[in-house]
Design a binder for this molecule. Structure first.
Ligand code: AHR
Length: 333
């Protein structure tokens, strides 16, 4: 009897935990089978542990993964970690318990994954990293990493700036809105950008702080930057959402975004591209969230025991104001 009560409490706690992580079955038919052994109808079961819903990019990424899983006939179990690593770890452990065929996740931060990845390996469940990397030395812990080259994105942002100011001898004061502390895109976009601009001593990064990839935090941090730094020439925001929040702060301070303060962002979501077309943002480095189709293809191969490349880099470009105006009508996200 005691055992039965404990089992009930445990089952209740697990259900609550997963509800807290925003877990759900979605995709084609969703077996909802938590007893393990893969879907009963022979479909591949994928457990996907998403970062959260922090940005327009993330919303587009989630939608794409759910749609492409359906198209590929993959039974998707989806959880939203609300930007918390502990929620992602709980979700991955739950997928291991459920004996899914493959686990995919976009790690909120780079470090601290070895233990749970070893648990997946011991359970013989292959793992695919999407969008963001982990810093594990043991690369056998995951089958492949599909996502952008964030260092390259940072370099593209820096190079645009260098080109813009090539004929000027004046000092250029830059503020940087970093993404989530410890995340691969924040670490890499920062280092890529700084590597390029630091080659010329006229560029000064006078303030740099995390805005957690959200619009609200981007606005809040930019307000603080504006209060303590009267002479900001350029803002490099690690994503569109923080840049859009910062635009509100800049306008609130009586300055003109895109003119008084030049703005560079990453992502190229619809709202970001609209602000670029309107002249409030000056340059956007694309980060493509539509990687679901590639992910489903990789998942099928991995589950079938086929070889896949250790690294698959997504294709990306950059946008000026003119280019944004041109592509906006056909933009998918
Ligand atoms: O990991 C990709 C980044 O995460 C995107 O640039 C950002 O918008 C998202 O939150």
């Amino acid at each position: 009897m005691l055992k039965r009560i404990s089992a009930l409490i445990l089952a209740g706690a697990t259900a609550l935990t997963m509800a807290g992580c925003g877990s759900s079955d979605s995709g084609s038919g969703g077996s909802g089978d938590s007893s393990g052994g893969g879907a009963k109808d022979g479909k591949i079961v994928m457990g996907f542990a998403q970062v959260g819903a922090e940005s327009g990019w993330r919303t587009a990424n989630t939608k794409d993964i759910q749609e492409t899983a359906k198209e590929a006939g993959i039974d998707l179990k989806f959880s939203d970690a609300q930007q918390k690593q502990e929620n992602q770890i709980k979700a991955i452990r739950s997928y291991i318990q459920q004996k899914v065929d493959v686990i995919a996740f976009s790690p909120v931060v780079e470090s601290g994954w070895d233990t749970v990845l070893k648990e997946a390996q011991n359970a013989k469940i292959p793992v695919i990293l999407t969008d963001r990397a982990v810093d594990s030395q043991d690369t056998s812990l995951y089958k492949t990493f599909l996502g952008s080259d964030f260092i390259e994105e940072g370099k593209k942002a820096g190079q645009w700036l260098v080109d813009q100011y090539k004929d000027s001898k004046d000092d250029v004061n830059i503020v940087q809105l970093e993404g989530t502390t410890g995340s691969a895109p924040a670490n890499d976009r920062k280092s890529g950008f700084e590597e390029v601009v630091k080659a010329d001593p006229k560029f000064h990064i006078i303030a740099s702080q995390s805005g957690d990839f959200t619009r609200a935090k981007g606005k809040e941090v930019m307000e603080a930057f504006l209060k303590s730094n009267p002479d900001i020439d350029v803002l490099w925001a690690h994503n569109d959402d923080m840049g859009l929040g910062a635009i509100e702060a800049i306008e609130g301070a009586g300055k003109v975004p895109g003119k008084d303060i030049k703005i560079i962002t990453a992502d190229a979501t619809h709202d970001g591209m609209q602000a670029l077309a309107d002249g409030k943002i000056n340059f956007i480095v694309e980060c493509n969230p539509l990687m679901g189709k590639q992910l489903m293809e990789l998942a099928k191969k991995v589950v079938n025991g086929e070889q896949v490349p250790q690294r698959v880099v997504t294709e990306e470009t950059t946008f000026t104001q003119e280019q944004a105006k041109e592509v906006l009508p056909s933009r998918k996200y």
